[in-house]
Design a protein around this ligand. Structure first.
Ligand code: CA
Length: 502
């Protein structure tokens, strides 16, 4: 059976595969207007490493209060199955800004700068007459904080920046921040929004929070010091938890990105968990201040506001912390949208939406077509509650990094029921999960005889995706900096959380 026959017999269309009509290679310099559309103001608020279920309204973390995120979901839309194509800061940010997979925009790690020919969608917004601002963490090209094409206003910093005393680059001038970075960036956002202008506006507010090492705003530090923490069922180092799991997962327990030697012993798990939740509060308050500002401006009903995380994060699932891999807490992200003129209160979007869809969606809100080279598609119709054909599966890729060699190169495909994960360059076991019936990904079905047809089909669809999007080359990057590759000493394994978990 050739490939085309396979696709037809499997009932798989290019739409089902999540493929755009475009192929890699050509970039378009101009964007096409959609007829009869009024350009809408847009605010896109991005958080760093915020996982999909650490929001008050999700009920996952009982003590966590995020009233402004809750409001976005209650009065706007919650995209319940939002994922990223690569679960890592820089690649995901590049996918948001380009609408492309990592293997197409070329940012596959946190060190690689973006190629000069790659176009960020705010450049199209400028062509459409928008005034644009980028405020916050950029993180593509680690050592540069210089203004990038596509933005009329620029406030950023080098690399990860700092929670306090961050050196900012404001339109090319270096200025020291005087407050917690979430507050500082929000002040800039409010000031910029309030400026007089005739043009429509686009604000990209890109928080440093909640990236490690977490530092809450002083007013939030210690707020969750004494709350009870609940550990995930897959955290304990038991035979049951590792039955059928790849060897690399168990190995990673005892590394920089594992619960037994996390950050090489610099922080214990409970403190890590509490500080993360406290640090998130400044992001929630930032959303509230932006909404208040839009209300004062009389723009709250008409502005399309997004809140999103750039990738997820594990808090002990399978003995892991961090992202990179394809398990649910890493791959899924929070995504909320608010616009009373467009979105009915309490809208739930269960469809498979990804980071590559942000650029096409915002461009449609601005009255423009999706450029042909983008891989994503606009989910604006889903927000408006309109029936529209949508993809049946999403794809995932992660490329091994020398800096954190614990996680292998990973490719995968996820439908609304199944997830297939294939590792590359390591002698280990692949994974298949029925995520509808096994949301904690405890039971690897890869060897079950009854699932061999499904595995074969998903593996073929994975390669179809890579072939059709010029993804059959493994990107190789020169090593920069050190390797966080130590294994922990045995005694580190006796941390308090083990006792609490039993
Ligand atoms: Ca991140």
């Amino acid at each position: 059976m050739n490939r085309r026959d396979f696709l037809q017999s499997a009932g798989v269309t290019s739409l089902a595969l999540g493929l755009g009509s475009a192929r890699a290679g050509t970039q378009r310099d101009t964007v096409q207007k959609l007829p009869g559309r009024k350009p809408r103001n847009v605010v896109f608020i991005l958080a760093d490493d915020h996982r999909y279920d650490f929001l008050g309204f999700m009920g996952k973390v009982k003590f966590l209060e995020t009233p402004n995120m809750d409001r976005l979901a209650r009065e706007g839309a919650h995209l319940q199955n939002a994922t990223v194509t690569t679960s890592l800061c820089s690649p995901s940010r590049a996918s948001i800004l380009t609408g492309q997979f990592s293997h197409k925009h070329g940012v596959v790690d946190n060190q690689t700068d973006i190629r000069p020919d790659v176009v960020f969608f705010p450049r199209y917004l400028q062509q459409l007459g928008y005034e644009t601002a980028f405020l916050g963490k950029w993180h593509m090209g680690h050592d540069s904080d210089e203004p990038r094409p596509g933005f009329d206003k620029w406030v950023s910093f080098r690399g990860q920046g700092q929670y306090y005393n961050c050196q900012l680059n404001i339109d090319g001038r270096r200025i020291q921040a005087t407050q917690h970075i979430s507050d500082e960036l929000t002040d800039h956002a409010v000031r910029w929004l309030q400026q007089d202008r005739d043009k429509p506006f686009f604000l990209y507010l890109s928080h440093k929070a909640v990236h490690g090492m977490f530092e809450p705003a002083k007013r939030h530090l210690g707020k969750y010091e004494n709350v009870n923490l609940e550990y995930p069922v897959t955290m304990a180092d038991t035979e049951e938890n590792y039955r059928g799991k790849p060897a690399w997962v168990k190995e990673q327990r005892n590394s920089w990105h594992g619960v037994d030697y996390m950050y090489h012993g610099q922080m214990d798990f409970d403190t890590f968990y509490r500080r993360y939740c406290e640090t998130l509060l400044s992001v929630d308050e930032s959303i509230g201040r932006v909404l208040d500002c839009l209300k004062e401006m009389g723009q709250l009903d008409s502005t399309l506001v997004f809140y999103m995380g750039d990738n997820g994060f594990c808090f002990g699932e399978h003995g892991l912390i961090d992202k990179r891999h394809m398990y649910e807490p890493s791959m899924r992200v929070p995504l909320l949208a608010y616009c009373p003129e467009l979105i009915k209160p309490g809208t739930k979007v269960p469809q498979l939406v990804q980071n590559i869809d942000i650029a096409p969606t915002i461009l449609e809100a601005a009255g423009a077509e999706t450029p042909a080279h983008m891989d994503g598609r606009s989910f604006l119709p889903l927000l408006a509650g309109r029936e529209t054909p949508w993809r049946e599966m999403v794809f995932f890729e992660y490329y091994w990094e020398a800096a954190y060699p614990q996680t292998p190169t990973t490719f995968g495909v996820r439908t609304d029921r199944y997830k297939f994960i294939q590792y590359h360059g390591v002698w280990d076991v692949d994974e298949l999960y029925d995520i509808r019936n096994d949301p904690d990904e405890r039971y690897n079905l890869i060897d079950r005889p009854e699932h061999q047809g499904l595995v074969k089909k998903l593996r073929a669809q994975l390669y179809d995706w890579l072939e059709q999007t010029d993804g059959m080359q493994i990107p190789l990057r020169r090593e920069i900096g050190g390797r966080s590759d130590k294994r922990g000493p045995r005694e580190v394994k006796k941390l308090q959380y083990h006792d609490k978990n039993q």
